[in-house]
Design a binder for this molecule. Structure first.
Ligand code: DC
Length: 222
């Protein structure tokens, strides 16, 4: 099986790029952030905030997270419920960042991610795919851009979906999440050994996609 790991900070364009590249290659696109978001939603539903002042293990024991592909689209199921439309809010972004710093949450989601890569050719996007989840991935790419560029993209994505948000709040959230994701003790966001850094700052989607496809064609023998 071929696995392409696409890691990088929030809003760098990973998911849009991964989805488009997977379609071109006939691979499955796995958005691992959605798994952390589903777990974040679970803790929110249990009444907790980002302090996560609770017994994490016992809540996880009572939690199931799964991915199913409906057409080409990934749907995340939390305790049997399709929660795709509930996990993209700024509040759940912050909850996902908080739960993702907890070691039991990371181990809880690890096997599901590895299983998907064993069974399918995948492009998997996340923060630790090349470093932890799939250290032997066929190709590891670290997608990045400045916080301002990323905040602009996230603002547009959310407002296009009709979600009412404020640009400054998004930029502040992105900076907080960058800090949390890069400085946590377990599986911090960093370039994997052997990873290729891919800066999308001055590229629009089609430019970034062509550049990514060039990297893939050069590095991966199909
Ligand atoms: O990619 P995203 O914004 O949907 O991710 C949500 C949060 O989950 C993000 O703050 C970091 C965390 N995450 C992670 O720690 N590891 C991953 N493989 C994917 C996401």
């Amino acid at each position: 099986m071929i696995s392409i790991a696409l890691d990088g900070p929030a809003g760098a364009g990973k998911s849009t790029l991964a989805k488009a590249a997977a379609k071109k290659l006939g691979f499955i696109y796995v958005d691992t952030g959605a798994l952390y978001r589903a777990v974040g939603l679970k803790f929110k539903r249990q009444g907790y905030n980002t302090d996560l002042d609770c017994d994490i293990d016992s809540i996880l024991k009572d939690t199931s997270v799964d991915i199913r592909f409906i057409g080409e689209e990934q749907h995340v199921f939390l305790d049997g419920e399709d929660v795709n439309s509930l996990i993209r809010t700024p509040e759940i972004s912050m909850m996902a960042s908080a739960v993702s710093a907890k070691p039991p949450v990371r181990s809880f989601l690890l096997e599901l991610q590895r299983k998907l890569a064993r069974e399918h050719n995948v492009i998997m996007d996340g923060r630790d795919i090349g470093t932890v989840v799939l250290p032997d991935a066929t190709l590891k790419v670290f997608v990045t851009a400045t916080p301002e560029t990323r905040a602009n993209r996230r603002y547009k994505e959310l407002t296009d979906k009709g979600i009412d948000v404020n640009y400054d709040d998004i930029l502040a959230d992105i900076k907080t999440r960058d800090y949390n994701d890069s400085n946590r003790a377990i599986a911090p966001l960093k370039v994997a050994e052997g990873g290729i850094v891919f800066d999308t700052d001055n590229l629009d989607l089609s430019g970034a996609l062509s550049a990514l496809m060039e990297i893939i064609e050069k590095e991966v023998k199909m």
